[in-house]
Write a protein that binds this ligand. Structure first.
Ligand code: EPU
Length: 433
């Protein structure tokens, strides 16, 4: 556990491209956050490997322990989960307020144990994060939902969920995952149309199928689940995929400040949108291997301006727009970033302006960046995981020293980021109080 008050101190490179060496990608935050709840569908022990040691995983495991699930960390990145029949179906509201992913327990708890109670989930302050798609989907599958005294109570009407035909208004990652897990325990067939296609969903579905589930269509917009009931891992392990958002962040780092950086332990297929774009608009030489991506800058960096519109996977993921806004401060000309998913995800822009960026905000969804601008070090507080990473990138290319408060927020998504950045030559220090 890290302290809420940890600070990162970074000495900027003043635009020099000097970083070199290997930077490894850890397991995916968002896959681990659905992989752990998925273990509730099993009658025997499930072992997860390559789990990132980050704050959100810590809180998810605490929440699971709170309701009586046996979660044990065997070694770094390896967790064992066993679910007995004696558990409480009321989620701890303090932890639920910390992580949005606490919602992912709702489906398995309801489907297997017939009831679940929880308060409205918290998480990053990046805009409204409704849960109605999950609630209406579960209602279609035969659940009742009551809201009283700030608490949702979901119960099974007929003692079992039943398969349903669900059309999501938006391809919500959370709703797709929760309904998919619930469908495993439902009687009959559940179809999710306009489903999310994120690789994390595929990671979990493949494991569930290897253990007896009947899920098809994952990775397309229609997922079909034939209910099978409880699953058995029989010693099989769920290996969490590499984090594509870490990979994307390190790609932008390599372009901005790398001399010769190799990103290792990654899956380049999951970041195709970024490698293609960066090859098109920057002077960096990007070479994609099987599990590696190498970025070389043998001449001074040039970046072309572009219009970017965030989109569900495999489009330009919202979680990476802040890193690209930092990149566009180094482009000659005007770039436009259109954030289509969240209405408060430009919450970091004011701080980049104070560091020297020229950014015009049109409305909560659209900004224009005028480059190229030199950035200078500053003292900043990070509002969410991805904004925090953008400050780190900005601080690395800036002139002078930067202090980033609220390092805890960055630790929610990036494991010991300072160790990996130091190893490639970034002057970064964690100051714990
Ligand atoms: N939405 C609704 N109604 C719903 C659910 C979602 O309107 O019932 C809307 C949301 O308001 C939002 C959009 O749908 O505008 C997408 O939300 P989604 O449900 O897909 O997001 P999520 O499952 O809450 C996951 C990731 C986020 C990532 C989004 C979008 C996890 C733990 N979180 O959130 O990751 O931004 O998908 O890709 O998987 C991050 O890693 O920094 C992060 C915030």
């Amino acid at each position: 556990m890290v302290s809420m008050n940890d600070i990162f101190k970074i000495e900027g490179l003043s635009g020099k491209q000097t970083l070199s060496g290997e930077i490894p990608v850890h397991g995916s935050k968002n896959a681990a956050l659905i992989g752990l709840p998925a273990a509730l569908l099993f009658t025997d022990k499930v072992t997860l490997t390559n789990v990132p040691e980050i704050e959100d995983v810590h809180w998810m495991t605490e929440l699971m322990k709170y309701i009586g699930i046996d979660v044990r960390k065997k070694e770094r990145g390896v967790y064992e989960v066993s679910t007995s029949e004696k558990i409480s179906c009321k989620l701890d509201s303090d932890i639920v307020r910390k992580i949005r992913a606490s919602m992912f327990l709702v489906g398995p708890l309801l489907a297997r144990f017939g009831e679940v109670q929880f308060t409205y989930p918290g998480g990053d302050g990046i805009g409204g994060r409704p849960i109605e798609l999950t609630l209406t989907g579960l209602e279609k599958m035969g659940a009742t939902c009551e809201y009283d005294d700030n608490t949702y109570t979901l119960k099974l009407k007929e003692g079992k969920l039943s398969g349903a035909d669900i059309f999501l208004r938006i391809p919500s990652v959370g709703a797709t995952q929760i309904l998919m897990l619930s469908g495993v325990f439902a009687e009959g067939t559940t179809t999710i149309k306009n489903a999310a296609m994120e690789p994390e969903i595929e990671n979990i579905a493949e494991f569930l199928n290897a253990c007896g589930a009947k899920i098809s269509g994952v990775g397309t917009t229609t997922i079909t689940i034939v209910g099978t009931g409880p699953l058995s891992a029989s010693g099989k392990r769920l290996e969490i995929i590499p984090d594509r958002l870490e990979t994307g962040s390190f790609l932008v780092l390599g372009v901005l400040a790398g001399k010769d950086i190799t990103i290792t332990n990654c899956n380049p297929d999951h970041v195709g949108i970024f490698t293609h774009l960066l090859k098109d608009i920057t002077s960096s030489e990007i070479t994609v291997g099987k599990n590696t991506i190498n970025i070389k800058n043998s001449k001074p960096l040039t970046v072309l301006p572009r219009i970017i519109k965030t989109h569900e996977y495999p489009g330009f993921v919202t979680d990476m727009q802040s890193a690209f806004v930092v990149l566009f401060t180094q482009a000659e000309g005007k770039s436009l970033v259109f954030e289509t998913i969240y209405e408060e995800r430009f919450n970091y822009v004011g701080n980049l302006i104070q560091m020297g960026a020229k950014i015009v905000t049109y409305d909560p969804h659209r900004i224009r960046i005028h480059g190229k601008t030199e950035l200078s070090g500053a003292v900043k507080t990070s509002p969410d995981i991805r904004a925090g990473l953008a400050y780190i990138l900005a601080a690395i290319i800036a002139k002078g020293e930067s202090i980033i408060h609220n390092g805890y927020v960055i630790d929610r998504g990036y494991e010991a980021i300072e160790d990996r950045l130091s190893a490639v030559g970034v002057s970064i220090e964690r100051i714990s109080s």
